[in-house]
Design a protein. Structure first.
Length: 208
C-alpha cells in the first residue's frame, strides 16, 4: 500500500513539477541583446542620454536589451580596443557599429578605417553576433576623393564581411540647420526621432 500511495502522489505531482521546470527555463531564457558601438552621434552629445536615438530605440524594442556602449570622440581604433571586453560581458546577438566619423574628421587613412571596421565586424561575428554597419559622411572640404572613398568604405566592408548596411542615419537631417547643433556636426534633440526612423527598419531586419 505504501508503494501504491507513493506512485499516486508522484503522478499527481508531475504537472506541478513540469510547471516549475517551465518557469525555471523561462527565467533562464536570455533576452535578445543589441550592442550599439558608436561615437557622439549615438552617445547623445549635447543632450541627455534619454533624448538620444538609442534610448528611443530601447523604447521601440521593449523585448530587446539595448546596450549603448557609445563614447563621444570615439574612433574605430578606440572601439576596437574596447570591443573584446564588451562582447564577453554582454554576449550580444546584434552589434550595431556607428563609427568612423572621428576617423574622417581627423584625416586618418582610408585603409586604416576599412581595416578597423572590418576587424570590428569580424570580431563581433566570431562572438556569434550579427553586424549592422551605419555608414557616415564627412564634409566635402576634406576633398572629393577622400570624402567619396570614406563613404564607400562602409559598403565595401559590409560586402567583405557579410554584414548588413543601414541607410545614412542623418539622411534629411545633416543639411537642415534647424535640426543640427551650432557646430554643424551633431544633431539636435528634435532630430533624434527621425534618426531612429532612418535606421529602424534595418535594425529590425537583423534582429533574431
Amino acid at each position: 500500500m505504501q508503494t501504491f500511495s507513493y506512485l499516486v502522489t508522484a503522478r499527481r505531482s508531475l504537472p506541478t513539477v513540469f510547471f516549475l521546470l517551465c518557469l525555471a527555463a523561462a527565467s533562464h531564457a536570455r533576452a535578445t541583446t543589441l550592442l550599439v558601438l558608436g561615437d557622439s552621434i549615438s552617445a547623445a552629445y549635447g543632450m541627455s542620454l534619454e533624448q538620444g536615438w538609442v534610448s528611443l530605440l530601447a523604447t521601440e524594442l521593449p523585448d530587446t536589451e539595448v546596450v549603448n556602449a557609445s563614447i563621444s570622440g570615439e574612433t574605430t581604433g578606440g572601439a576596437l580596443r574596447r570591443l573584446p571586453e564588451l562582447l564577453e560581458r554582454h554576449r550580444p546577438d546584434v552589434v550595431l557599429i556607428e563609427l568612423g566619423g572621428n576617423d574622417g574628421l581627423r584625416g586618418y587613412p582610408i585603409k586604416t578605417l576599412r581595416e578597423n571596421l572590418g576587424s570590428l565586424a569580424t570580431l563581433s561575428q566570431e562572438a556569434g553576433a550579427r553586424v549592422l554597419l551605419l555608414p557616415m559622411h564627412i564634409p566635402p572640404n576634406y576633398g572629393r576623393r577622400y570624402s567619396e572613398s570614406f563613404h564607400q568604405s562602409y559598403a565595401e566592408v559590409a560586402d567583405a564581411t557579410d554584414s548588413q548596411l543601414a541607410p545614412f542615419i542623418l539622411d534629411g537631417i545633416a543639411t537642415q540647420a534647424s535640426l543640427m547643433q551650432g557646430d554643424g556636426i551633431h544633431p539636435r534633440p528634435e532630430a533624434q526621432r527621425q534618426m531612429l526612423d532612418n535606421v529602424l527598419p534595418a535594425i529590425r531586419e537583423v534582429l533574431p
